[in-house]
Ligand binder design. Structure first.
Ligand SMILES: Nc1ncnc2c1ncn2[C@@H]1O[C@H](COP(=O)(O)OP(=O)(O)OP(=O)(O)O)[C@@H](O)[C@H]1O
Length: 298
C-alpha cells in the first residue's frame, strides 16, 4: 500500500500546553482516515502542522514521500474552516474567484458543483444557502484543482441531521472516486460510519490506531449466572477461548476470543455439569469502547 501522509514523532507545544505529543501515523492511499478525539485533543493542531500553517516544535512528516513544497501542497485540498465566500455573489461566481486564485480552469467548476449536488443552485447567492449547502460549496472549492487528498476538520459541525447525512454521503462519494480523505472529528459515530481507519487522540497523545473495524469494533459481552458461581469461575479459568471474565455479584461478565460465541460457553458449562440460569449477550456500545480506549491509558 502506498503511504500518502507519513507523520513521524510530530509534536507541538504552545507555551505550557503540549497540544500534540510525539504523534506518528501513516495514512494509506484510498483510505478515509479519521482523527478522533475530544475537544482540545490536538486534532486541528495536527492538521495545521501537516498543512504547513502551524510550525511543529519537533518531528517531521512527508506527503507522497516528500517534504511539503508548493507542488505537494497542490495535491492536497483542505478545509480547515468554512472559507469566506462573498455573500452577495452566486455560487458560480464565488467558484470562479477561487478558480482564479488557484490558477485552475473554469471548466472544472461544473464538475465540482455537480459532485457536491449544487449544479442546480449555481445562480443562488451564497447568503441564500443553508449551512449544509455552504459546507458543500466549501468542499467543492477545495476540490477545484482536483487534489488527490482532501483534508476536512469537523466537516459536519453545526449542521442539522439532513445536512450531516448529505456531507457523510458526499465524503463516501469523493472517496469512491479514488481520493484519500483525512478528517478530524470529535464524533465517534461519524468516524465509525464514514472512516476506514482511525487514530484516537487524547491530550495530544495517540491512544489507538488502526482499521475502524478493529479499533472500534464492538466486542460482545456475555453475561452468565448459575447457582454455584465459584464453580462457574473454576470452569471459566480452564477455557482457552475466554479472553476475560469478571464476577459481579451473582453474575459473571466475560468476553471471548474471535470466532467463539455464547453457544461455546453454554456447551462448555453443560459439559462440566453446570446448567446456566442466565446467558445473555450484550453488544458493547462503540461509545463505551471509545471511552475505554481513552481511560485505559491513564
Ligand atoms: N494558537 C494556540 N495557542 C495556544 N494554545 C493553543 C493554540 N491552538 C491550540 N491550542 C491548545 O492546544 C490544544 C489542542 O488544541 P486543538 O485545537 O488542536 O484541539 P482539537 O482536538 O482540534 O479540539 P477542538 O475540536 O476543540 O478544536 C488545546 O489545549 C488548545 O487550547
Amino acid at each position: 500500500m502506498t503511504v500518502i501522509l507519513d507523520i513521524d514523532n510530530l509534536s507541538k507545544r504552545f507555551g505550557s500546553i503540549q497540544a500534540v505529543n510525539n504523534l506518528s501515523i501513516k495514512v494509506e492511499q484510498g483510505s478515509i482516515y479519521g482523527i478522533l478525539g475530544p475537544n482540545g485533543s490536538g486534532k486541528t493542531t495536527t492538521l495545521g502542522m501537516v498543512l504547513d500553517v502551524i510550525r511543529p516544535t519537533s518531528g517531521s512528516f512527508t506527503w507522497f514521500g516528500q517534504a511539503i513544497t508548493r507542488s505537494t501542497k497542490q495535491r492536497v485540498g483542505a478545509l480547515l474552516e468554512t472559507p469566506n465566500f462573498y455573500p452577495y455573489l452566486t455560487a458560480r461566481k464565488n467558484m470562479e474567484i477561487v478558480a482564479a486564485i488557484k490558477g485552475v480552469d473554469n471548466a472544472n467548476i461544473n464538475s465540482v458543483l455537480q459532485l457536491v449536488g449544487l449544479e442546480e443552485r449555481e445562480h443562488t447567492t451564497f447568503k441564500g444557502f443553508s449551512l449544509g449547502m455552504k459546507q458543500r460549496l466549501a468542499i467543492a472549492s477545495a476540490l477545484l484543482n482536483n487534489p488527490e487528498v482532501l483534508v476536512l476538520d469537523e466537516p459536519t459541525n453545526g449542521l442539522d441531521p439532513e445536512g450531516i447525512a448529505e456531507i457523510r454521503e458526499l465524503i463516501l462519494k469523493i472517496a469512491s472516486e479514488g481520493k484519500t480523505i483525512i478528517l478530524a472529528s470529535h464524533l465517534l459515530d461519524e468516524v465509525e460510519k464514514v472512516c476506514t481507519h482511525v487514530a484516537v487522540l487524547q491530550g495530544g497523545v495517540l491512544r489507538a490506531e488502526g482499521p475502524v473495524s478493529t479499533i472500534l469494533s464492538a466486542k460482545d459481552q456475555i453475561i452468565i449466572s448459575a447457582p454455584d458461581t465459584a464453580r462457574v469461575l473454576e470452569v471459566l479459568r480452564q477455557l482457552p477461548f475466554v479472553e476475560k471474565f469478571q464476577p459481579n455479584r451473582e453474575l459473571v461478565h466475560l468476553t471471548l476470543q474471535d470466532n467463539f460465541s455464547s453457544a461455546d460457553v453454554n456447551k462448555a458449562m453443560f459439559n462440566a455439569g453446570i446448567v446456566l440460569a442466565q446467558l445473555t449477550v450484550r453488544r458493547k456500545s462503540l461509545e463505551a469502547q471509545f471511552l475505554e480506549i481513552i481511560k485505559k491509558q491513564h
